[in-house]
Design a protein around this ligand. Structure first.
Ligand SMILES: [Zn+2]
Length: 287
């Protein structure tokens, strides 16, 4: 395969500077070395499909943004994140490593969803998050924190992985429009090194994940203040199935707030959740 010359590309994160020839390794090289030596079966699963190979996954990135990613995520969070992926547990590292580990997971899975991320061997690639605001990705290289409306959950697979999901509770992610905005809710459900992480973009509409209370998943993001990451629950398969694209729903903008709408939950269609809400103005419309 010909090597692309990223010098001719603009950085995917700041959209200003030219990319370095190397770009950003979305899965850092030391993680690849730790988990994907030739002797161990690389493992990646997504949407019920397992991939037998795992190679460099790259994103066009400039020198400046690369430095920020290292300083902000890799240096503080890279080691504990590798430990989490390996053992499913970082409790012995102490509480203060949890926050940087959470941020590392969120950053890494977001970049895996970036539309410009190049997958050499995964065909089809994991779903790209198109139609999301740039801030969903570019907060990683600005002074901003993660935008609201991002969640992440994780669990660790048992050695006998089950990929069937037909009978799992289903959480449907809608497409939501208001007078002034349009949001396509997104999900990336991807396992690396036996750890499954699901990230979801769901601005303005909270999600009730029943696996948090039942300890089927650990909530990685949003971080509960002063709460360390607990050991990841160990499971044969996921606790819920994510469904997208869901229905197209029109809402008055004042309703699209996480404290207004009943949370999205398993086996309840989003349109049912908004059907009974008195809006005072225009009623929700489902198309
Ligand atoms: Zn840049």
């Amino acid at each position: 395969m010909a090597t692309r010359n990223r010098n001719e590309e603009t950085c995917a994160l700041c959209n200003e500077n030219p990319s370095t020839p190397e770009g950003e390794h979305v899965i850092p090289k030391r993680l690849l070395r730790a988990f994907f030596p030739a002797t161990s079966g690389p493992f990646e699963i997504q949407g019920g499909r397992t991939y037998p190979e795992f190679q460099a996954i790259k994103l066009a990135c400039c020198l400046r943004c690369n430095g920020i990613l290292n300083q902000r995520f890799e240096n503080p969070g890279g080691d504990p994140a590798i430990r989490l992926l390996e053992h499913g547990d970082i409790t012995e590292l102490g509480q203060n490593r949890s926050y940087s580990t959470r941020l590392w997971i969120l950053k890494t899975w977001l970049l895996l969803a970036h539309p410009r991320t190049e997958y050499k061997v995964l065909d089809p690639r994991p779903p790209a998050w198109t139609h999301v605001p740039e801030e969903v990705f570019n907060w990683t290289v600005t002074d901003a924190g993660p935008p609201t409306g991002l969640s992440a959950w994780a669990f660790k697979h048992t050695p006998n992985v089950r990929t069937d999901s037909e009978d799992l509770p289903r959480i449907v992610l809608p497409e939501v429009a208001t007078e002034s905005s349009h949001h396509t809710f997104q999900v990336l459900d991807l396992s690396i090194a036996m750890v499954n992480v699901v990230i979801v973009y769901h601005p303005g509409w909270a999600i009730y994940h029943p696996g948090v209370a039942s300890r089927a998943v650990e909530q990685v993001w949003p971080a509960v203040p002063h709460t360390p990451l607990a050991p990841l629950p160990v499971r044969e398969r996921a606790a819920v199935k994510w469904w997208t694209p869901g229905p197209y729903i029109q809402l008055p903008s004042e309703l699209l707030r996480a404290d207004t709408l009943p949370p999205l939950e398993p086996n309840v269609p989003p349109e049912e959740l908004v059907a009974g809400i008195a809006t005072g103005g225009g009623a929700p419309r489902v198309g």
